[in-house]
Design a protein around this ligand. Sequence first.
Ligand SMILES: [Fe+2]
Ligand SMILES: [Fe+2]
Length: 301
Amino acid sequence: MRIAIIGDIHHYRLFMPPWHLFGKRLLGQCNLWLNRRYCLEPALLDVLIEQVAHIEPDLLLLPGDLTTTSHAGEFEDIAARLTPLTRSIPAVAVPGNHDRYTFASARRRVMEQMLPGVVPDRWPHFRQLSERWYLLALDAAVPRFLNSRGLIGQRQLKHVRTLLSHLTPQDGLVVLCHYPLKAPPRAMPLTWDHKLADDRALRRLLTRCPARILYVHGHIHRPWCWQPKHSDQSHFTYLNAGAPCMISAKHPLGQGFWQVDLPHTPSQHMRIVHYLPDGHFRALGEEAPEPANGWVARAVA
Ligand SMILES: [Fe+2]
Ligand SMILES: [Fe+2]
């Protein structure tokens, strides 16, 4: 089974009616005008969507932050832009903190309403993907005025505990959650005001789960994929999807997207490929094994 993963898109609208700019959205729009619009290039998404369709995935996963201020218009735009994929490929999206940016958008469940069939209407969301693989999607986004901490909450954790109790060492579990559980050893540590408040509780549940785990997240705008080697999480693979429209010196054409080929038997090799717009890896002198349609693909596992 082939999965495509597109990270934090952060779609925005520069212009909004002034009467929509209340509370935190006003701060978000100010930040957009002064900073973010210079490092987010929305046009990169269209070529990325073309390439995602080209790899013919069976499932599309979106780990959240589809929007910038959770405005209904932003969701409307992103739903339309994703249509080339979502009309033919099953897709699952979880909310990021920017998709629950205001208390009103969270209370009205704007994301669920604007992306029906893509955003589950109940949390946690659990489904069987194949004979041995399962998907667990979590809603960890809560509106906060002063920070961007996430929270799974006791109710979801209780359900997760029950769901995981049915899994065996022969099974595989893809967890989709906006927030990381852990940063790679050489990355900047996750900060208090930006991390998942109950990460320890979720990590403990997943560590005890006997199934092989692929933990897919976003939130930190730096793509990575790593496996803890010397810990009780050796059955984990962490994949940070990054931000496809975010440009920087290191990623001048955005941070690309991911392909994961789940093996029929979860204990077998899981092929993970990071696609980047062409130019990046060659500029760094790294190998570009599968150039196609202006993209380079790097197999990371
Ligand atoms: Fe985020
Ligand atoms: Fe983000």
